[in-house]
Design a protein around this ligand. Structure first.
Ligand code: PAF
Length: 268
């Protein structure tokens, strides 16, 4: 595996006219990332993974400082998975002289996580924009767990040729979606988070059997509140445009909550 630290070397080393798959990450890799890599490996000739804990997408300094980082371990995992290239840019490589264009999102899009994490998606869009400006891969892979992130990337960064491949959320055996942040949870908090994912999956099933069960939203809120410090949002939205106009088969349930100050999200 070639480890590359600058865009210049990246362009020299990688032949982007080949079928290259790109998996952008913030490291602390888990089976969710590894499933993206697996899908990329099946679809592409060569796979490039990037690891960059992007400071501009953290609206909370402490969250940035506490974000799990385990680079050595990550490198071992990527080698084991026979990834071809690892891109490890420094902050100054990504944000050269701060000339990175800031992409603002419209007020209509300030819903769900964008409402509660001010500037978060602007930071995500800035870094993904910078990466895609330089990484002309055929495909780029994202996990469905970050559904709103993918929605906004598709909407605001639609000038790139990279085809976006959305990969299913990977869950543990108790249905909690895998996330680097799960590593920050105590055993008890982990059980609570698992319970919350089970509850929203259950709620979804109920709606699918009888659509009028969407009225159980407050009932589920009450149930979920027992397992966390607070719910930021629990909403049912249209999965195509994230509006509140939902029909039987085009909706998703979205949640963000905190347990012991750790913020977790899920969607089903
Ligand atoms: O989903 C993530 O891990 C990050 O938001 C991304 C897309 C790598 C940008 O920093």
């Amino acid at each position: 595996m070639k480890i590359i630290k600058s865009f210049k070397v990246l362009k020299k080393e990688i032949n982007f006219s080949q079928n290259i798959g790109f998996v952008p990450t913030m490291g602390s890799l888990h089976k969710g990332h590894l499933s993206l890599i697996n899908i990329a490996k099946k679809k592409c000739k060569r796979v490039l993974v990037s690891i960059f804990v992007n400071p501009s997408q953290f609206n909370d300094k402490k969250d940035y400082q506490n974000y799990p980082r385990e680079l050595e371990n990550d490198i071992l995992k990527l080698k084991k998975y026979s990834v071809d290239y690892l891109f490890l840019p420094t902050e100054s490589e990504v944000y050269q002289k701060k000339i990175v264009k800031k992409i603002n999102i419209s007020n209509n899009d300030k819903i769900l996580c964008a409402k509660y994490r001010k500037g978060h998606f602007e930071g995500v869009l800035a870094v993904v924009n910078r990466l895609l400006q330089n990484i002309n891969s055929k495909y780029v892979f994202f996990g469905e767990k970050d559904f709103q992130q993918i929605f906004l990337i598709k909407k605001y960064l639609n000038n790139f040729k990279n085809k976006i491949i959305i990969c299913n959320t990977v869950r543990n055996k108790s249905f909690l979606p895998l996330s680097s942040r799960n590593k920050l949870l105590s055993k008890i908090s982990l059980l609570k988070a698992e319970k919350i994912s089970q509850l929203i999956l259950n709620f979804k099933k109920k709606i699918l059997t009888n659509f009028s069960n969407i009225n159980l939203l407050n009932h589920y809120k009450k149930k979920i509140r027992k397992h966390c410090d607070n719910i930021e949002y629990l909403e049912i939205r249209n999965k195509n445009n994230l509006s509140v106009n939902i029909k039987k088969n085009n909706f998703k349930i979205f949640i963000a909550y905190k347990i012991n100050k750790i913020r977790l999200i899920d969607n089903v």
